[in-house]
Every structure is written in C-alpha cells, then in structure tokens.
Design a protein around this ligand. Structure first.
Ligand code: MOS
Length: 725
C-alpha cells in the first residue's frame, strides 16, 4: 500500500482499542524474568560455549604480533579468533571502524580477539594469556584542538543560507554571540550488547539485541561475506538501545566467527567496561550560536555552527538541524564541520542532532529573552513560524509549539517564576524555573507485516519490528485488534525475527507510527480476503465485536478460517507527502530546580512536558517513553560526560559506576501532557514519533532553571556544581 494523499477516515479512527492507555502485553514476561533476552536464549541455542571479547589497549597504531598459544592451551579453551585467524572480512554499511580490528587499530577497545571456552570464567581467564605487542601511533583526541582542522562533511550535509545573515546580525540592535559545548555521551542501556550464534551448515542464526533486524542481517552477511539469506537474526526482546543497538556490533560478528571456529553455538556479551569504548557514543559538540533581534524581540538573524569529531569516514553530529526549522527570521545560516578524531566511533544516540542541538539553541533563546527583558515564553511565541523558514512555500503538517508553551505555562504555574535570578529561596536552596522548546523531526519508513486469522478467531501478527522497551508489542496488537474488530486478548504479536516481513525497525522515533502503519496495510488486505470469503462487500463490511457484518447479516470472524488459516501480507510505503509538508513533533519542557546556596548541588524538583506529536497510540506507553526521555535529559544536563584521556585516547569512566545517569527517584515529580492532535499527513495511523521528542530541550530547560535560580549561566555541559561556585 502506498501512502500518497492525506489519510481520510479509516477503521483506526474508531479508537476502541487504539489511543487507550493499555498495559504492555510483554510487561508480565519482563517483570517475571521469563522474556528471553539475547544472552538467555538457552532453549533456542542449547549448550553454547562462552566467548570473551578482547579490546585493543591502544587507540591508534597496529598489532605487531599476537601470540595466542598460551591462551589456546588454557583449560576449557575451544578456539581463539583473531583477524589473522579468520582471514579477510567484509565491512558493514553502517560501521565506520572494523568490528574486528588488526593488524591496524582504529580506536581504543576495538575488538582484536575472541576467546571461546566451555565456561565464561575459562574464556575470561584465558583471554589474559594473549600476548599482544603493539606499535602505537600518536592520535588526535581533543575536539577543541582539532576544531581548526575540521572540514565540510562529505555526505549531503551542506551548509544552509537564507538572506544575508552577516549583514543582518551586524545591524541587529540586540545580539547574542555565545559558544556552548556538549560532551561525549554514552547510551548506558541496562542490557549490554549480547549475542548467541549457531551455524547449521552454511547458515548462521544470531540471537541478538538489535534495534534494526534487517540492517543487522545485511551488515552481518556483508561482513561475513555470505548471502543475506544465509543469516537469520532473532531479536525479540531488547533491554534498551537508545541508538546504541541500531547496528551490528563486535559481539554479534565475533559470536558468529567463534561458533564457526568452535563448531558449536557461542554466546558473547560485551563486558560493561568494554561497552563504552568498543561501541558507539554520542559525539561531543562545540556550538556557536548567533542571534540578532529587534528591540521588540523579532529575530532578524539566526546562525548556528557546530563542530564535532569522528573517526575517518565518520559523520558529524547534526546539531544544527532544528535551527533550520524552529524559529522565524529572514536571515539565517547553519554550518556543520567535522574533525577527524581517533576516539571510538560516534553515532546516533536518542534524538541525534536535535538533542545536543537544542542543548545549545534553547539556552541561547533564554539568553536573548534575558537581553530583551522579555519572558522566554513570550519571546519564543513571538518568533514562531507556520512554514519552513528556509522554504517559505512549505508548511508544517501540524505545528502546535505555541499551544505546548501556553498549556505548559498554565499547568506548571509559570507566573510564579522569579523574574530576576536568585530571587527565591527555600531554606538553603535557591529555587528557579526554566523552559525550553522541544522539537524533533517525524520520519516515516517503509514497514511490512504479515497477519493471520485462525479458526479460533485469533489474529497473529508477524513482523521483524523490535521492541526496545518502547511498547511495540502493545501498539501493534492494538492496531490489529482495531482493524479486525477483536479484543486485545485475541491478538498474538511476534516480533524481531528476520524470517518475518521487513519492518521499519526501532530508530529515530519512526518505529511506532511506521510499524503500525505496516500492520494497518496488512490488515486492510486481510479484511478484503475475509470479506470476500464470507460473501460481504469489502467496502461495506464492518468488523467489530468478533463479528463481520453488513446490513442485518452478521457472521463470526472466525468462520472465515474454518477451513484453514487466512494469511495476508503487505507493507506501507510513502510517497512525497513529507516533502510537501514539513513533518515534525513539538513540545515544551518546564523544569523547577533547587540549587544549594553553599555547595552548588542541583536538584530537579519537578518537571512537565507538553507534547504535540500526532495521535498518541497508547497514552500509557507514550507517557513512560516521555518520562524516561525527560530523565535522560536531566542526565545530559547535570551528570553525563565521557571523560577523554587526552594522552591515551579513551573514555575513562567506562562503567555505570563512573558514568553517572539519573534515575526516576532523583526527580520527585514528572508529568506529561499530550495535546489532542492527529496528523493525517503522517500515515493512516495519523500518529507521529514521541520517544525522542521527550529528551529534546530538557537539558536546556534545566540549565535555564539553574540560571533563574542562581544568575550563573553555564554554557558547558554537564552543569556540575564546580561550574556554579
Ligand atoms: Mo535512535 S538514536 O535512532 O535509536
């Protein structure tokens, strides 16, 4: 099915099941420990041996020699895999560095070997016996120093220019020119990267934790140098990803290579201390914001430049993208520059681009409001735009930023905000309030599904879509139940298997809307087949309460499958509606903080997010997504920073003890309001993404609240207490 014109009324609009706050159908499995995560797939792959990954001890250079003989003789060892032992490997499209390094080393903790043994302890112990000699080269690890060497990114990320920025900025009566920095950050998900691999002849099955099953399948095949249909990926439950599991990583490749070498199934989990430097991270940025405005607060010039680094051949952090779309202003420019760094690979982390970009832009907006002596909400509303400011002929499909700001102001009690910093005290705490706009683009991706009706009236949905803790199982079940007119307990959802039709996968907050749209397409087809089978007109037949009816005639749905299951498969693909209409999601974040007047300790007291993100398919799951994202945003504001060892080129705090993240208990009150919105340009579901919108802007709202409390403007994240004293 192709989505080319705005959605009209369809069965989803009944909202008997969709749009209702629904418990996760996989919740009991997860809370009772019975949902098998990748490392626990012991029934599917019994008698697996254990693989232990060895990471490079240098950031740049090469392996002069690697002596595996002592390790091979160690008790229980079945195989030792190195680049030398496996011969030539291909490279995945999505990986910048090789997943198995050697002889060249591209970054610290790049995998250089896998030791396979009968037990985990034997594998880990034998790994200590590898004798690796390196020739170390000098690397570049400091973004601030490498900034002057940064160049234009190659892959279609040109500068943008509208009007005459330089002239308008120079002539603006009120001006801000400020530089903000965001550090390298880690996904720090609960479940580490983990895989079990088993070969049957020339075909390998990998039970793994991967957000994008089909991408993973393709890249693993490419790397192993075998046909894609010789690889099966199974990823039904994932303990968090946040972008860190978008791509196949070393443990999956090494499990496959280890299983081939040991001739039995092999399971590999990345040890926590290896995760941070072996896998990807959100790259640090240096961002310069220049905003010029008239004295009455109209933006006349807005410029955003961002510098980030990555390994050679890598990509920039796209931190300027929201600045192209969020506020009006006739004279604009954005620039991204990329420096080559020898740190581990940078890549997507929850709302790549917008999350760090808004950390800078939304402090800059607060600073401008301050200069203008305007309320920061009033200043933002004054500079709202209904069209793409770089392409004025192109409207937003929906844009309710003003409603988000106004609703939040009322609900949060914004009028209580001290108008001057440092005005309100509560005992030893200085108290302040901050706001930021939230913005995240809405991407749509082709997605397929298969649906089956059996003689008991049960609908089974199969798609390679993943559930990374977001609620995919539940919204997919809701979609099928709505389309076929059955209750949720009549729907079975099977996800995360490359044997199923290829879905959108979980990334870029496109998963919810896109994967359910694919299920919608398959269900339309199933309805047609059922209607024909039961002698109904496919357009007139109604599906509700387990019955198919037309006029006075009504037949149980199950009757259509009395003589055998009925199966339908289809996908949703997209035309160019998203080119004619800019599709984005909007929100506003409100934060109240207390700052200890003596120590500078910051405590978030309460938070509110107001989101306008299309139809909310499951308000309970969506609320959880947004609250989780808000918590992650507080981490970005106050805690998270990968500390770079500038001599050796690695992230020092490579575990969850030293890479600090907040938990919900750190924030006493969090609330979310979803504005009632449907977006017919987005898909037949009329939904959009919301899981990444929730983090966008949060950190700036916290930093702005800290300024309101203390009068100290911190432009260098995280806002730790040493920067406030
Ligand atoms: Mo997301 S950072 O595309 O998982």
């Amino acid at each position: 099915m192709k989505f080319t014109t705005p959605a009209t009324t369809n069965p989803i609009d009944q909202l008997k099941v969709v749009g209702r706050p629904t418990d996760r159908i996989d919740g009991p499995l997860k809370t009772t420990g019975t949902a098998p995560y990748a490392y626990e797939q012991n029934k599917a792959a019994p008698h697996a041996a254990y693989g232990h990954v060895v990471g490079a001890a240098i950031a740049k250079g090469r392996i002069a020699s690697i002596d595996t003989s002592a390790a091979r003789r160690a008790p229980g060892v079945l195989a030792v895999v190195t680049a030398e032992s496996v011969g030539k490997l291909g490279k995945g499209k999505m990986n910048t560095a090789k997943l198995l390094g050697g002889p060249d080393i591209e970054h610290y903790h790049q995998a250089i070997a896998l030791v396979v043994a009968e037990t985990f302890e034997q594998a880990r112990s034998a790994a200590q016996l590898l004798d690796v000699k390196y020739v170390e080269q000098k690397g570049v690890f400091d973004l601030a120093k490498a900034k002057s060497t940064a160049t234009k990114p190659k892959d279609g990320k040109p500068d943008s220019k509208t009007g005459n920025f330089a002239g308008a900025f120079a002539n603006a009566p009120v001006r801000l020119d400020a530089t903000y920095t965001t550090p390298d950050q880690s996904h720090a998900m609960m479940e580490p990267h983990a895989s079990i691999a088993a070969w049957e002849g020339d075909k390998v099955t990998v039970w793994t934790a991967n957000q994008m099953v089909d991408w993973g399948r393709g890249d693993l095949a490419r790397t192993l140098g075998i046909a894609k249909d010789k690889v099966r990926i199974v990823s039904p439950y994932i303990g968090g990803g946040f972008g860190g599991k978008l791509f196949v990583r070393a443990e999956a490749l090494l499990a496959a290579l280890g299983a081939r070498a040991a001739q039995r199934p092999v399971k590999v989990a990345l040890a926590r201390p290896l995760m941070i430097n072996n896998t990807t991270h959100r790259p640090a940025t240096i961002q310069r914001l220049r905003i010029g405005a008239t004295r009455d607060g109209k933006i006349t010039a807005i410029g955003h430049e961002s510098w980030s680094g990555d390994l050679k051949g890598g990509q920039p952090e796209t931190a300027v993208m929201q600045t192209r779309l969020l506020y009006a202003g006739p004279n604009r420019m954005t620039v991204m520059r990329l420096a080559v760094l020898d740190l581990p690979e940078g890549n997507a982390m929850r709302a790549p681009g917008e999350a760090p970009g808004l950390m800078a832009l939304e402090i800059a907006m607060d600073e401008m409001a301050d200069k203008l002596k305007m309320d920061p909400i009033v200043f933002r509303i004054l500079n709202d735009t209904k069209v793409d400011p770089e392409k004025p002929g192109r409207p937003f499909s929906q844009r309710r930023l003003i409603d988000c700001l106004r609703t939040g102001a009322v609900e949060f009690g914004w009028k209580e905000r001290p108008t001057q910093p440092g005005m309100r005290r509560d005992g030893r705490w200085l108290v302040g309030m901050g706001v930021a706009a939230a913005f995240r683009n809405n991407l749509v991706m082709q997605s397929a599904a298969r649906v089956r009706l059996d003689g008991n009236g049960v609908i089974t949905v199969e798609t390679d879509m993943t559930d990374i803790g977001t609620g995919s199982y539940t919204i997919i079940a809701q979609t099928a139940a709505e389309m076929l007119g059955v209750t949720l307990n009549k729907v079975v959802v099977r996800l995360g298997d490359s044997d199923f039709p290829v879905s959108a996968g979980s990334g870029g907050q496109w998963g919810g809307n896109s994967s359910t749209a694919g299920v919608y397409a398959a269900c339309v087809r199933l309805r047609q087949t059922i209607a024909a089978k039961l002698g109904f007109d496919e357009k007139e037949a109604r599906f509700s309460d387990g019955q198919v009816s037309q006029g006075d005639r009504s037949v149980p749905l199950a009757a259509a499958a009395f003589h055998g299951d009925i199966v339908a498969e289809d996908h949703m693909e997209y035309g160019d509606l998203d080119k004619k209409f800019q599709q984005s999601t909007f929100g506003a974040h409100f934060v109240e903080v207390g700052v200890d007047g003596d120590t500078g300790e910051v405590r978030v007291r309460r938070m509110l997010a107001v989101c306008a993100a299309g139809r909310i398919l499951n308000p309970k799951a969506a609320r959880s997504q947004v609250i989780g994202a808000m918590t992650m945003g507080v981490g970005a504001a106050l805690m998270e920073e990968l500390v770079v060892d500038q001599r050796r080129g690695f992230f020092v705090n490579h575990d969850l003890a030293s890479y600090e993240v907040p938990v919900h208990a750190d924030i006493p009150h969090q609330d979310v309001i979803f504005l009632d919105e449907t977006d017919p340009m987005s898909s037949p579901m009329k939904a959009k993404g919301v899981g990444e919108l929730g983090i966008c802007g949060v950190a700036a709202a916290v930093a702005n609240a800290v300024y309101n409390a203390t009068g100290v403007r911190v432009r260098d994240y995280p806002v730790t207490l040493d920067k406030l004293l």
